[in-house]
Design a protein around this ligand. Structure first.
Ligand SMILES: CC(C)(COP(=O)(O)OP(=O)(O)OC[C@H]1O[C@@H](n2cnc3c(N)ncnc32)[C@H](O)[C@@H]1OP(=O)(O)O)[C@@H](O)C(=O)NCCC(=O)NCCS
Length: 162
């Protein structure tokens, strides 16, 4: 398994992992799957800002990915980023999530970011455990601010000083 920057050829793998999470989990608060052009636009946007998109690859297969974007679109928030991490179901529990998030820290520091923020659905025990182990601390609990599969969702914000 290796970690490296994503290239266009990784987009089908990234798309499959993302859409699986859209359709089968509350990890991402979208109901509608996206397509390759949507993911290409996302990758280009991240690349244009020099924001990393890192994939975990094994034998040509994308097993997971992590990235960050702006936390909020106002100038004062420019020192903070909000990241995401996804690992394919069959590759979970092998330490990939941890390595992927860890791989974001240096690139974030290198472009002057001070704080990394994860928005985690309450009850996502794997993600809450992963982030706690990486030194993120809970800074907000926002009850009922979203909805998916007919249920109101609570959001936990966890942050780490870089
Ligand atoms: C959350 C997710 C990224 C974790 O990735 P992973 O590769 O399975 O996690 P890791 O194997 O790196 O585990 C990291 C740590 O979290 C702990 N952990 C992982 N899953 C856990 C679980 N279900 N319950 C408790 N702890 C768990 C591990 O014990 C590990 O701790 P350690 O490093 O001290 O051994 C992965 O489950 C995933 O992609 N889930 C679906 C999408 C998602 O929820 N993304 C996050 C959105 S905020």
């Amino acid at each position: 398994m290796m970690l490296r920057d994503a290239v266009d050829a990784d987009l089908p793998g990234i798309l499959a992992i993302y859409n699986y999470a859209v359709l089968n989990s509350t990890a991402i608060w979208n109901d509608t799957p996206t397509d390759l052009s949507g993911r290409l636009g996302w990758l280009r946007d991240r690349q244009a800002k020099s924001y990393p998109v890192i994939v975990a690859e094994e034998a040509g297969e994308v097993l997971g990915y992590a990235s960050f974007g702006d936390f909020r679109p106002f100038e004062g928030f420019r020192i903070s980023v909000e990241h995401s991490v996804y690992v394919a179901e069959h590759a979970q529990g092998r330490g990939l999530g941890r390595r992927l998030v860890e791989a974001l820290f240096e690139p974030a520091r290198a472009i002057g970011k001070k704080v990394m923020i994860g928005g985690i659905t309450a009850g996502n025990e794997a993600s809450l455990a992963l982030h706690t182990k990486l030194g993120f601390v809970q800074s907000a609990y926002m009850p009922g601010i979203g909805i998916k599969f007919g249920n109101r969702l609570d959001l936990v914000l966890m942050q780490k000083e870089l």
